[in-house]
Design a binder for this molecule. Structure first.
Ligand code: AMP
Length: 605
């Protein structure tokens, strides 16, 4: 990794936050965190050039949380984000980091959400507000949001806010913040207008930029798979099975927790796998590496720090299961393969929103990374059958088959069948632990990635009426269901072309999200078809990386619930269950006759 700071404890964070970071499995600070956290803790303004995936959220969230007086139930930090999705994501991150701060409250506010609910939440009080510019502006104008106690202001993804036309709103807000506060501005790029805003509103800011040092990579085959339509774990096992020349692999993940979870899952699937992370003492680490060398282990799942300097020639593959924070970490990771003159293979998993990081790595390493087509079910089956045949052929050449040949003859005679049928039965028995045919469906191919898309809304796909003059009439209509509201809207594809339901809604969580290439229309379609709920009765849908939330009418009949339990989206089981964590913390006010919203439908299939 590119930084010499090895520990969060060196950055000046409180014991409470350090404890939390350990609990959530963060082992070392990412480069942007290592550089920004001390500067922000010292109270300086800051310009951070960093994109999604670098760990920038924690880079600003942790220092601002240190400044919060939990006893004072007033907004003390305001974070502006370009989209409602990002607002929710950042609020969720803060809530995670606040797990040992009882009473800490963060509130996301964004356009498209009911004003009544927001007003109630604002009047209850929050320490941190994460909001989109238009809605924050509305609340400031109407004096439903008061920034008198503001200590920190963060502009997240400032270039996106510019691209989406929110920069005037951002300036409007900046002009109305109390003069004495700290400001941090994060942006992946630094266009002239953003620089101008920084000059005008930031006071002697420190500038932090994570350099993408150019580096050459050895002759390693580099490929990436855009995460889509399948869980990463399923994709990983498919890939590992059919990769040519597979001998041993190091799989990189971000957290200590993830090393253990993935090692457990791979071991359960029959791989000789173990975790390698900073929780292991030196002796245990050495033991894992020795086992990898000797062949007692084939797969080691590691964090960056724990894998530093590993030199095991038989490592044929490096898998970047979680994308690294920067190019240097990438180069270091893939350097664990292709050693001692052998061929190396580097496989990178890239979520749609991480495409920008992929391009940065390609540019910095000056080597293109080719897309990898995920092996199909047929590919995996063929490979398993080929291996199986080879094993059978090997046994057929072995001594001492006569005894068994005799048993086969006896069975054939007793059952009055041919030897082929007996052999088929034995083959079926032999594959019981690891079936030759894999279950599940092949995912649909991912949409072609593009550098610019990065899963953020394009200006054209946005409803810009949030820039129209704000009127009381607009405010009064605020209690309309979310998708009918004006103001910032979710991306077009996230806004079903239907009016939102009115009535009691229950929020559920499902196990598919953006990382699986899932879009709102997939969720609406699956639920409408499987549970017989007309799409107009499906409420708000929140897309997250690995999961999503969906609001459905209260009073769901048992057969509809059962049908939804079996429902798959993009080939993945959704595992629908009531959602516990509610980032907006609000309860729906709407009254609704739940029963009537479920179509009569036959569920016995
Ligand atoms: P961000 O760039 O802020 O969107 O963060 C990207 C991902 O990295 C998030 O899933 C974070 O939870 C994770 N993350 C951030 N910092 C760390 C860290 N120091 N160690 C492990 N994971 C991290």
């Amino acid at each position: 990794m590119s930084t010499s700071v090895e520990s969060f404890a060196d950055l000046g964070l409180s014991d409470t936050l350090l404890k939390t970071l350990t609990e959530i499995g963060y082992e070392t600070p990412s480069p942007i965190q290592a550089q920004c956290i001390p500067v922000l803790l010292e109270g300086h303004d800051l310009i951070g050039m960093a994109q999604t995936g670098t760990g920038k959220t924690a880079a600003f969230a942790l220092p601002l949380m240190e400044q919060i007086d939990v006893k004072l139930m007033k907004p003390q930090a305001l974070i502006l984000t370009p989209t409602r999705e990002l607002a929710i994501q950042v609020a969720e991150a803060l809530q995670t980091y606040a797990k040992n701060l009882p009473g800490f409250h963060v509130l996301p506010i964004y356009g498209g959400q009911s004003y009544t609910i927001q007003l109630k939440q604002l009047s209850r009080g929050a320490h941190v507000i994460v909001g989109t510019p238009g809605r924050v502006m509305d609340h400031l104008e109407r004096k439903t949001l008061n920034l008198d106690n503001l200590k920190t202001m963060v502009l997240d993804e400032a270039d996106e806010m510019l691209r989406m036309g929110f920069i005037d709103d951002v300036e409007w807000i900046l002009e109305r913040t109390p003069p004495k506060h700290q400001t941090a501005l994060f942006s992946a790029t630094m266009p002239e207008q953003i620089r101008r805003v920084a000059q005008k509103y930031l006071v002697e800011p420190r500038e932090i930029k994570i350099k993408s040092a150019t580096a050459t990579v050895a002759a390693i085959r580099q490929v990436y798979w855009q995460v889509s339509g399948m869980h990463k774990l399923d994709a990983l096992t498919r890939i590992l099975e059919v990769e040519e020349d597979f001998d041993a692999a190091i799989i990189f993940v971000r957290t200590k927790t993830a090393t253990v979870e993935l090692a457990d899952k791979l071991s359960a699937s029959g791989y000789a796998a173990a975790a390698l992370n900073g929780d292991l003492n030196q002796q245990m680490r050495e033991r894992v590496i020795e086992q990898l060398k000797s062949g007692a282990l084939d797969i080691v799942i590691a964090t960056d720090v724990a894998a530093r300097g590993i030199d095991v020639p038989r490592v044929s593959h490096v898998v970047n299961y979680d994308i690294p924070y920067d190019t240097e970490a990438y180069v270091h990771r893939i350097g664990r393969t292709g050693r001692a003159g052998r061929t190396g293979n580097a496989i990178l998993f890239v979520a749609p929103r991480e495409i920008r990081m992929l391009r940065t790595i390609e540019r910095a390493t000056r080597s293109p990374i080719a897309p990898l087509t995920l092996p199909s079910r047929a590919d995996v089956t063929n490979k398993r059958v080929t291996d199986f045949k080879a094993k059978v052929a090997e046994v057929m050449n072995a001594e001492g088959l006569d005894f068994f040949a005799n048993i086969v003859s006896q069975i054939a005679e007793e059952q009055n069948v041919g030897a082929e049928e007996v052999a088929a039965a034995l083959a079926m028995m032999a594959q019981e632990g690891k079936p030759l045919q894999i279950a599940g469906e092949d995912p649909r191919p991912a949409p072609a990635p593009s550098f610019e898309r990065d899963s953020r809304p394009r200006p054209g796909s946005f409803d810009r009426d949030e820039r129209k003059p704000r009127s009381n009439e607009r405010f009064d209509r605020g209690d309309k269901p979310s998708f009918e509201n004006r103001g910032e809207r979710p991306r077009r594809e996230e806004r079903p072309a239907r009016s939102a339901p009115t009535g009691d809604m229950v929020r559920y969580r499902i196990d598919v999200g953006r990382d699986h290439g899932v879009q709102v229309k997939d969720i609406v379609g699956a639920i409408a078809n499987e549970a017989g709920i007309e799409s107009r009765f499906i409420g708000r849908i929140g897309l997250f990386d690995e999961s999503s939330t969906v609001e459905l009418p209260a009073g769901m009949p048992a057969e509809a619930a059962n049908a939804l339990k079996r429902t798959r989206v993009r080939g993945l089981p959704i595992n629908l269950r009531p959602d516990e964590g509610r980032p907006d913390g609000g309860s729906s006010e709407r009254k609704f006759d739940g029963e009537r919203s479920f179509k009569k439908k036959s569920f016995d299939r």
